[in-house]
Ligand binder design. Structure first.
Ligand code: SF4
Length: 365
């Protein structure tokens, strides 16, 4: 897999989706030596069931651990440190990791309890936990979601779990963006497996999940977070740590050079999820007929951007979306190639939130 590749898979069998992404990326060859210390770093920011949109699904850990076992890796651990104020051990149990790790015989390292040392992170001294620093191949497993302070959070910010609590507090006093960018000059990001199953609309701790039913794979954390901005209808300028990390040489934000590899087509349906009232309010502007979750979720993110701009109240026509519109004429405005028969239509399968938001600003009345 090249650094500009972006792997995408849709569906609801999350464990198999994780395995397929790792296989397509040939992570086993990328790791090389079977004795290397490999770590999985999920997002366990808070004690919360992954269906609420804050934490990495246990099925992704299950698929990744099975893949590593099948490929002969024996020195594997899972590590994380929750945010200050939450207990990593409780978060670990609530997310269902205890069962998965027991099944695979893999240890869990609570980084909140680890020792640490200071590193020069491109001119800023930052303490990093010793167990994280000793890893030889890091599989970063963030959740794609919104964040009340940094707007979005994914690969770059997930590295914050590798620092001690006192450093997390200092990051907040420093305004988060600069220290997050600098931290990524000293931590490993060998492969990024993104949980884009149902990340939250705008809060790190979840509560308003937006169902996308996707898993993504990246080699470059800056490219990953830039793609996340597009997926949620933001610009990277809205998230200052992304261009700053690029400036520090962590990766590239140039999505025009990205090579998007779809391992399958978007799948219809929402799986086992239900919409919260807040998501339902955004969905009240939509007339969906058999919409794929990735398409529908992208539209919800786009409508949330329009809501931020105060553009929702003036709208009257419902937005058509979904496979039920395929080959049919009618409807004022439609999103996705299935709604090509609408008077106004944005093609794509699925289109990205940033493009949907731009299209609706111009064409929706
Ligand atoms: S355009 Fe149609 S097929 Fe493609 S993702 Fe959207 S609803 Fe699914």
């Amino acid at each position: 897999m090249k650094r500009n590749d972006i792997l995408i898979i849709h569906g609801t069998d999350y464990k198999e989706m994780a395995k397929k992404i790792l296989t397509a990326a040939d992570v086993a060859s990328d790791i090389g030596d079977r004795g290397k210390r490999v770590a999985l770093k999920p997002n366990l920011v808070t004690a919360s069931d992954p269906s609420r949109g804050a934490t990495t699904h246990a099925e992704l850990l299950d698929g990744t651990l099975e893949y590593l076992k099948e490929n002969g890796f024996t020195n594997v651990v899972v590590m994380e440190g929750s945010w200050v104020g939450d207990n990593t051990q409780s978060a670990y149990r609530l997310a269902g990791y205890d069962r998965v790790l027991k099944k695979h015989g893999v240890p869990f390292i609570d980084l909140q309890r680890d020792s640490y040392h200071e590193y020069d992170a491109a001119g800023i001294p930052i303490n990093v936990c010793d167990q994280a620093a000793a890893v030889e191949y890091m599989i970063n497993m963030p959740v794609l979601k919104g964040h009340c302070q940094t707007v979005v959070t994914c690969a770059l910010k997930n590295a914050k779990g590798q620092i001690p609590n006192k450093e997390k507090r200092r990051f907040h006093t420093m305004g988060l963006h600069k220290p997050i960018a600098h931290l990524n000059t000293v931590v490993r990001n060998d492969f990024i497996l993104v949980d884009n199953i149902c990340g939250d609309l705008d809060f790190e701790e979840g509560g308003n999940p937006v169902v996308m039913n996707r898993v993504l794979g990246f080699k470059d954390p800056v490219l990953c977070d830039s793609y996340v901005c597009d997926s949620m209808g933001y610009s990277i300028q809205d998230v200052p740590y992304i261009p700053l990390a690029e400036k520090l040489g962590v990766g590239s934000s140039d999505l025009t050079k990205a090579n998007i590899i779809m391992l399958n087509e978007a799948a219809e349906g929402m799986g086992r999820f239900h919409m919260t009232r807040r998501v339902q309010q955004l969905a009240s502007y939509v007339d969906a007929k058999d919409a794929c979750s990735a398409c529908y979720g992208s539209l919800i993110y786009a409508l949330d951007r329009l809501n931020d701009e105060g553009l929702l109240r003036k709208k009257s026509s419902l937005i058509c979306i979904g496979q039920g519109y395929q080959g049919k004429e009618g409807g004022k405005i439609g999103i996705g190639r299935c709604t090509a028969g609408c008077e106004k239509n944005l093609m794509g399968c699925p289109p990205k939130a940033v493009d949907i938001a731009a299209f609706l600003r111009e064409n929706w009345d």
